[in-house]
Design a protein. Sequence first.
Length: 303
Amino acid sequence: MPQLARRLFVLPPELEGAARNWLELGERTPRAARYASSVVLLRDSPTGLETWLGYRPGSSPLGVVAFPGGSLDPSDDDPVGWLGPSPQHWAEQMGTDDVGLARRHVVGAIRELFEETGVLLAGPDASSTVEANSTVDWMRAREAVAAQEKSFTEMLSKRGLSLRTDLLKPLVNWLSPDFAHARFNTRYFAATVPVNQQPSILGSKGVWGRWVTAAEAIALRDTSALGDEVGQENTVGLKLGQLLVPGSEIMLEKMANANGCIAYLSYKRKAHVYQAKLVDEGGILMLEVEAARTVAGEPQRER
């Protein structure tokens, strides 16, 4: 059994008001959490494992800077070509009896990854994937799906493509804190970039996004380097913990300690719901998480 540790994280600035209201007005029923999917995109580099992070305008339950993702959409239930593990298998992997929900999470993950980065985990058959995803035509398709002018499943069907669900790996399940006004129940997945594809930010909505070396991001976590680079009003001068939700920061830590994509993807993980709780530490409001320790040189497991 992995050793769980009590971890404390800073309270992001945009959550302070909701946190204080929660304490002052007394605990009450949390707002309903919307289901969401997020994909940790990975690649190996000479400086270590890299992942794609992007800026999220507004107040997102995924964080100001986050992995690609977002809430599930009704169209994620639509019929779609499906290659790889069955929805039943995904439900078992994710620790749920709701096969329909597991299927929606998988479709939503691949859709959100496509909208936000252009990376498309789909192909005409089980042994190939789309290539050259950076054309004007593909950007138009991304814009149409993001604007809900055309559904993701329609776009795939028109091109004779099926989802390559075998290219996804389930990671962890995070639930937003009870006090938050906007809450997600997020399933995180991991994927490596298919051959001859490159991520890019969405033309109409993208502000900032790039490959980030996990070890470098963690090494600079106590500086405002990343927030200053993003250059937005709600990022400049902020440290990593003020930009990312605890789940993202913990995953970055694990990537920083992993010896490449294969090592990270081969960690043993069991279905478990993680949630940050509001605590008062000597008059300072913080987020508390029970999570497995990250120990250098040892296999890491998430409960």
